[in-house]
Design a protein around this ligand. Structure first.
Ligand code: SF4
Ligand code: SF4
Length: 261
């Protein structure tokens, strides 16, 4: 989900779809281009994507990150991007692509779910929050754009069961936006603080270990009901991880994470 500046809005590729406007699209296994879009992709994975995929594959987050992603730090960015690693074959197919389609369909990442809509986030100064913006942008080879089924964005989100994904991705984009500034100081982006921030957002199994097996709970007061929830509820843990990044990296105060005095 790309952070978009207001002045960029009219220059972006694709057709912007606003509230109430529609686009035409249908994808189905009989279409000639079936699965052509699942190869050679720069497919960004957001924390909730990793959580869903590693759960569906019954892997630890550590093993999933090891086996399936490339972690890239761009020179103008202060938090790494996580990209799904394409298979090592001439077509560079998605590792989850099978002849029958997507092997992780019910847990496919946000970007795949929303395709051929691309979602960006625009910071609304007045409301001081990120707002989603949508662009219809199928690649030329995608024949689904010539079908007649018509959708508004809310209808498409519902059809693709993408609402939770979008909610979590917006939460993530609010954290990610802060990393337009460099918080790492002399440690740099590979230092212990940066590693902690990555673990708290992308490597949730390790983060849980950290919460419960280090001195964390001696140093911070966490209400017992929340503590209990964090032991088993991955989504609660992810939200807590986002909060912890705000506290640990940016020095914000939090009602859920209070230093013990
Ligand atoms: S290219 Fe378009 S129509 Fe073809 S399989 Fe992908 S989404 Fe469906
Ligand atoms: S995760 Fe599934 S839908 Fe997404 S690119 Fe891979 S095979 Fe295609």
């Amino acid at each position: 989900m790309k952070p978009i500046e207001i002045e960029e809005l009219d220059k972006l590729p694709g057709i912007r779809i606003r509230g109430g406007e529609t686009f035409k699209f249908r994808c189905h296994p009989q279409v000639e281009c079936f699965n052509k879009c699942c190869r050679n992709l720069n497919l960004f994975l957001y924390p909730y994507d990793v959580l869903r995929l590693k759960t569906s594959l019954q892997m630890t987050s550590d093993d999933f990150l090891d086996q399936y992603v490339d972690i890239i730090l761009r020179p103008d960015n202060h938090f790494p991007e996580v990209l799904l690693r394409m298979a090592d074959n001439p077509e560079k197919t998605c590792p989850f692509l099978t002849e029958a389609g997507c092997a992780v369909y019910h847990h496919r990442p946000d970007t795949c779910r929303t395709f051929p809509i691309e979602q960006g986030v625009l910071y609304d100064d007045a409301r001081r929050k990120d707002l989603p913006v949508y662009f219809f942008r199928p690649p030329d080879f995608c024949l689904g754009q010539h079908e007649l089924d018509e959708w508004t964005i809310p209808e498409w989100i519902e059809d693709q069961d993408a609402e939770t994904y979008h909610r979590m991705t917006i939460k993530w984009s609010e954290i990610k936006r802060l990393f337009q500034s460099n918080p790492w100081g002399f440690e740099g982006p590979q230092g212990p603080k940066a590693k902690m921030a990555f673990m708290a957002t992308y490597n949730l199994d390790k983060f849980r270990e950290f919460l419960f097996q280090s001195s964390f709970l001696k140093r911070y007061h966490i209400k017992s009901a929340l503590r209990k929830k964090l032991k088993t509820d991955d989504v609660a843990l992810m939200k807590f991880g986002f909060e912890w990044v705000n506290v640990f990296v940016w020095g914000m105060s939090s009602k859920d994470i209070r230093p013990r005095t």
